[in-house]
Each structure stands twice: as C-alpha cells, then as structure tokens.
Design a protein around this ligand. Structure first.
Ligand code: AP5
Length: 215
C-alpha cells in the first residue's frame, strides 16, 4: 500500500498515520518529523531548514525533494509507505511522480483531510507532542497523565514552536496558496479520497481497509 496524506496543518495527518502504520506495518515518512530531527541534531539540512520552519514557511523544494528521494530508496519502503506532509507544492508532486516512475511504483490513494481553519486553530493551540517518541497529545481532548511527561515513553512533552497562533495563521495561508492546488492534481489522476478530518482518528485507516476489501 502506498498512500499520501494531504491536509492543512493540524488536520490530523500524524494522528491518522499512527493507526495506519500500526495496522499495515508500512514506513511512515513525515517530512516535518525528519526536518525536526535534523534541526535537533544541528545537521546541515536542519540548519538550512530551521528559519523557514520557525516562520511557518515551506522549506525550499530542492532540499525536500532530495531528502524524500533518499528516504524512499531505503529498504523499508519496498513494500509500501505512507507520505505525511509531502508533497506540498506542485513541484514536489511532479518530482514524486518522477521518483515513483524510476522505481516502477504507483500510488494507491491520496487521502485529503478536510477541516476548517477555525478548528485547526483550536487544535494546534492546544496540541502537545513528545520530543522522544512523537506521541501526539491535546490539552483539551487528550491530556497527558503527568504534566510535561509522555504517558507512553516518559519523554518530555512540549508545545511545538510553530504552534504559536500567528505562525499557525501563516502556515494556513501557505497551505491554501501552495498545497491546495494538489487537490485538483490528484483528483485528475483519480487518486483523491476526501475524508472528514473532524470524524474518528482512524477514518483514513477505515477508508483504506474498505478499499482493500473491494480489491
Ligand atoms: P509538519 O510537521 O508536516 O506540520 P503540518 O503539516 O503543519 O502538520 P502538523 O504536524 O502541524 O499537523 P497534523 O496534520 O499532523 O495534525 P496532528 O495529527 O498533529 O511540517 C512542519 C514544518 O516543516 C512546515 O511548516 C514546513 O516548514 C516544514 N515542512 C514539512 N514538510 C514540508 C514539505 N513537504 N515541503 C516544505 N516544507 C515542509 O493533530 C493536531 C491536533 O489535533 C492534535 O492535538 C491531535 O490530538 C488533534 N486531533 C487529530 N485528529 C483528531 C480528530 N480526528 N479528532 C479530534 N482531535 C484530533
């Protein structure tokens, strides 16, 4: 199974990805997570990406395409993968098509998580994440048992720097301007599946299971 998750910041891409990864056992490739790890480790890529991420802007296509190309060549992607946060621009989508063509692979589905800007603001201003295992929490709907400590691994739970209200608004504007054109791109390829992102946290998994049972 090869799937793309598209949706605005806070739509629940990371949350939905967790249940898909658990059931299908496929590689979960989150460009945001890879970039944040590079920033934490002060790699060359991390140092180049940090100022864009802090401002809620997209990291330049060239850096992202090279990073994803390398990741997709890894052995754990041979039997399927889930792309979360990539592609995010028409240039990235075209580059992905070329990478897949070279690997003689096709995508099975592109799930579009639909949600209003108001709900995104509500979710992201109350989101918390574990810096060790990446578990996603929410102070309103899914708080940790002990303040600042991950229920799963005991790691440090923080608010992401880019979950500041003015930065969230900037990320939303960028989504509408630069990523939303991909909806038509994948609709034309008959890959697009629309999902209500305010529904259950395993809505995309259910959709994929239904696709699998229908052959
Ligand atoms: P990235 O990490 O990809 O951030 P994003 O797309 O803005 O998405 P988020 O991680 O904020 O949200 P999500 O949709 O995963 O929601 P979540 O599951 O956490 O990118 C960060 C930055 O990296 C970018 O700004 C950019 O600078 C750079 N970058 C990354 N990829 C790039 C690319 N391809 N090109 C260029 N630059 C790139 O859920 C949010 C909250 O909602 C949580 O609290 C959760 O508990 C709650 N929630 C989720 N689902 C539900 C539900 N169904 N019901 C109720 N609550 C829910």
């Amino acid at each position: 199974m090869r799937i793309i998750l598209i949706g605005p910041p806070g739509a629940g891409k990371g949350t939905q990805a967790a249940s898909i990864k658990a059931e299908y056992g496929i590689a979960h490739i989150s460009t945001g997570d890879i970039l944040r790890e590079n920033v934490r480790n002060s790699t060359k890529l991390g140092l180049s990406a940090k100022s864009y991420m802090d401002a809620g802007k997209l990291v330049p296509d060239g850096l992202i395409i090279e990073m994803v190309g390398e990741r997709l060549a890894a052995p754990d992607c041979k039997d399927g993968f889930l792309l979360d946060g990539f592609p995010r621009t028409p240039q990235q989508a075209e580059a992905l098509d070329m990478i897949l063509q070279k690997m003689s692979m096709v995508m099975n589905a592109v799930a579009l998580l639909e949600i209003s800007d108001e709900e995104v603001l509500r979710r992201l201003t109350s989101r918390r994440v574990c810096t060790s295992c990446g578990e996603i929490y929410n102070v309103i709907t899914r708080p940790v048992k002990t303040e600042g400590v991950c229920d799963i691994c005991g790691g440090k739970v923080i608010r992401r720097d880019d979950d500041d209200e003015s930065i969230i608004r900037s990320r939303l504007n960028i989504y509408h301007e630069q990523t939303a054109p991909l909806i038509q791109y994948y609709d034309k390829k008959q890959l697009l599946k629309r999902v209500d992102a305010t529904g259950p946290k395993d809505a995309v998994l259910k959709l994929l299971n239904a696709m699998r049972s229908n052959g």
